[in-house]
Design a protein around this ligand. Structure first.
Ligand code: SF4
Length: 354
C-alpha cells in the first residue's frame, strides 16, 4: 500500500499523493550550451523521463533556461549549491522547480527572498541530505551517520522553509550505502508526509549502480515509499532513465513499454536465443505499448510463459512457434521467428491505430 504523501508539482508533473511515480535525471552537459543540453533532454524524454535537473552555476546558465524549455517537453529543476541569487535568476528565467538546501543559502533574508519568489510562481523545492553532508550537531546528537541523524538533518532544512510558510517541498535522503538509504527513507516516512525523492547516490558505474539502485529503490517502492526516483550512474543520463523505468516496470508501477520476458537458456535451449533476445530488445525499444512478450528457448517451460504473455516465441529444433494471446499463430524456421513475431505485432498495432 502506497504511503499517502502531500501532493506537490514540478511544472505540470504531480508528485506525491496519488500521482504516478515519476522518473527524474540530471543533465551532464554545460547548461548554457543550449543545443547539447536540449539534445540530451530529448534523448531522456524518448526513454520516459518526466523531470530533468540542470545545474545552474552562473547567470548564463539561468539565461539558457527559457531557450532550453522552448526545445523540450518536460519540466526543469535548477540545482543550486550556495548562491541565493542564482536561485532567484533561475526562477526569473522560468524554472519549474528548485533543488537547494536552505542551510547552504545562508542568512534568513536570502532564504526568504527565494521562498517568496517560489511562492509567487508556484515552484516547489527539493531539500536533501546526503550521508556525507549531515551537520555536526546531528552527528554528535545521534552518534554519527545513521538514519536518525540523516532524518533530523532533513527535518531541520524543512523547518527553515516552513518558518516562511512554505510547504511545496519534497525530500531526498541519499547515501551510497544501500542499507543506510533504505533505513533513512523508512524512518523519515514515519516522521513526515512530504513526498520523497528516492535515490542511491553515487551508486557507481552502470552494472553495479543498476543493482544497488534496484535493490535500494525496489525495497522502498515495495514498502509503498517513494514518489519520484532518480537513478545515479556514472554513465550517460539516458541510461539512468532506462534503469529507472525498468525498476518501475518490474514492480508494475509503470506500464508503458514492452515487458520482455526471456529464459536464461540452458542445455535444453533449442534455438540461438541470446542474439534473438538482444535483437528483440532493440526492435521493441521504441514501443510505448504496454505489452508482455515472452521469448523462450524450449518446449519444457517455453509454452507456459509464452502463452501467458501477449505475444511469445518458443524455440524447437531449428524452428519455433509464435504465440498470440495463448494461441499458436505461426510455426516457422528459427531464422524467421523474430521477423514473424514483429510482423504479427505490427499488424495488430496498425489495426488498433487505424
Ligand atoms: S525455457 Fe527451456 S531452454 Fe529456457 S531455460 Fe527453461 S528449460 Fe532451458
Amino acid at each position: 500500500m502506497r504511503k499517502n504523501t502531500k501532493e506537490i508539482r514540478v511544472g505540470a508533473v504531480r508528485i506525491g499523493g496519488t500521482a504516478p511515480i515519476s522518473i527524474q535525471s540530471m543533465c551532464n552537459t554545460d547548461t548554457k550550451d543550449v543545443e547539447s543540453t536540449a539534445k540530451q533532454i530529448l534523448a531522456m524524454e524518448s526513454e520516459g523521463v518526466d523531470i530533468v535537473r540542470i545545474a545552474i552555476n552562473n547567470l548564463e546558465d539561468a539565461q539558457a533556461i527559457p531557450k532550453i524549455k522552448e526545445k523540450i517537453h518536460v519540466p526543469l529543476i535548477a540545482d543550486i549549491q550556495f548562491d541565493y541569487q542564482l536561485a532567484l535568476y533561475a526562477v526569473e528565467y522560468g524554472i519549474d522547480g528548485l533543488r537547494l538546501n536552505p542551510g547552504n543559502i545562508g542568512e534568513n533574508w536570502k532564504i526568504e527572498k527565494v521562498v517568496n519568489a517560489c511562492k509567487e510562481k508556484g515552484i516547489s523545492i527539493r531539500v536533501g541530505v546526503n550521508s556525507g553532508s549531515v551537520k555536526q550537531e546531528f552527528l554528535d546528537q545521534y552518534n554519527g551517520v545513521n538514519a536518525e541523524s540523516i532524518c533530523y538533518s532533513a527535518l531541520e532544512q524543512i523547518k527553515t522553509l516552513e518558518s516562511f510558510d512554505f510547504h511545496d517541498i519534497k525530500v531526498s535522503l541519499k547515501s551510497s550505502d544501500v542499507r543506510l538509504s533504505v533505513e533513512a527513507y523508512r524512518r523519515f516516512s514515519e516522521m513526515s508526509d512530504y513526498p520523497l525523492h528516492l535515490g542511491i547516490t553515487e551508486a557507481g558505474p552502470s552494472f553495479k549502480g543498476t543493482i544497488k539502485s534496484a535493490i535500494g529503490m525496489g525495497s522502498l517502492l515495495l514498502d509503498g515509499i517513494g514518489d519520484t526516483i532518480r537513478v545515479s550512474l556514472t554513465a550517460d543520463p539516458v541510461e539512468e532513465v532506462k534503469v529507472a523505468k525498468e525498476i518501475l516496470k518490474s514492480l508494475d508501477l509503470r506500464q508503458e513499454g514492452i515487458n520482455l520476458i526471456s529464459c536464461p537458456t540452458c542445455a535444453r535451449t533449442k534455438i540461438d536465443l541470446i542474439p534473438l533476445v538482444e535483437e528483440a530488445e532493440k526492435r521493441f525499444s521504441s514501443y510505448t505499448d504496454n505489452l508482455k512478450i515472452a521469448i523462450m528457448g524450449c518446449i519444457v517451460n517455453g509454452p507456459g510463459e509464452a502463452k501467458e504473455a501477449d505475444y511469445g516465441i518458443t524455440g524447437g529444433n531449428g524452428k519455433g512457434v509464435v504465440f498470440k494471446k495463448g494461441e499458436i499463430v505461426a510455426t516457422v524456421k528459427e531464422e524467421e521467428l523474430l521477423d514473424t513475431l514483429f510482423e504479427i505485432i505490427e499488424s495488430d498495432r496498425n489495426e488498433q491505430h487505424s
